[in-house]
Design a binder for this molecule. Sequence first.
Ligand code: NAD
Ligand code: UD1
Length: 343
Amino acid sequence: MAILVTGGAGYIGSHTCVELLENGHDVIVIDNLSNSSLDVLDRIHTLTNKKVTFYKGDLLDRTMLETIFTGHSIESVIHFAGLKAVGESVEQPNRYYYTNLMSTLHLLQVMDKYNVHKLVFSSSATVYGTGNLMPLNEEARLSAVNPYGRTKLMIEEMLADHYRSNQAWRFIVLRYFNPIGAHPSGMIGEDPAGRPNNLMPYVTQVAVGKLPELNIFGDDYSTHDGTGVRDYIHVVDLALGHIQALKKTAEPGYHTYNLGTGQGYSVLDVIHTFEEVNGNPVPYRVQGRRSGDAAVCYADVEKAKKELNWEATRGLQDMCRDAWRWQVQNPNGYQKARSFQSN
Ligand code: NAD
Ligand code: UD1
């Protein structure tokens, strides 16, 4: 029996594939490579000495999905595939709603048809919107402030409705906080197309000299140093959270878990830790606040600890060190195999 990983060539998916293979699972990946590269699969092979079965395909193509489900005995699905850029979702809402929602609907239809009912879904802390008290537990009020976030919220609701209608389903919804870092080998990591939107890839590109300086979005928040605070989580810890989530699908149910460390760090904490650990300066300039940003966001991780028997063990220093190793070893990411030019 195999695990089907949608979006398995992407940032979090590739790290999860490594952990799945290391844990003895057979892995099938479907990815349209719209935000990833075929190179990732060779790197996963080099790292684990095991191969994933790869289908280059789109979840919007139902026939392709059917081919996979008829050709393999699939036990569970981990569903990473989707579009994830907040700004782009505001500019292209139709593309975001269509891709993220239709992909998931196709997946659910085909899974049901082939009697596969175990699904782990990539949600995001963005579903908590604004106005909640910290730390955020899974019962906090949900709201989303952009189309990307609304697709996550809608998919969560879609899954809950499927469970209400058929209790054979086993859904684990994982709300990620801020995944950063890379595999400690430096062989796989985050490879954003164009100028990064998120903090850590921006920091590493400044440190390596690809970008002149980091813009800090606001230093007048009510935080210990005025800059925004987030719950950064090492991508390997996050990947391991999926292994534990799969175990939880042994019993029927719909469960939601925060995957974070429970610890908040400011933008300046990240910069200073990065400089200290890697010995490279990160020049920065303070700018105005970025619209839509919260001052502080960090998780209550007790539920995942208790029910998934999982907790993050890697600290900010590990995240900074591993992100930097990936950047230095791959100054142009997986560019060689990308179908489009970054930067
Ligand atoms: P990613 O873009 O690196 O990976 C997504 C993968 O899905 C890519 O390889 C892409 O080519 C593929 N894909 C996209 N649309 C597809 C489609 N229609 N059919 C087949 N493949 C498709 O993103 P990631 O950072 O690894 O994120 C994985 C998931 O986790 C996403 O659903 C994202 O929304 C969610 N998430 C990510 C973060 C984050 O900070 N990275 C935070 C919270 C939630
Ligand atoms: C962003 C998205 C969120 C998504 C998450 C993970 C927005 C408004 N939110 O969250 O929906 O789930 O990424 O993909 O885009 N920062 C800088 N300079 C930079 C980049 C970031 O100062 O160049 C600051 C931000 O203001 C924030 C922190 O760094 O305080 C983290 O930013 P980022 O990595 O973009 O993550 P989020 O804002 O948490």
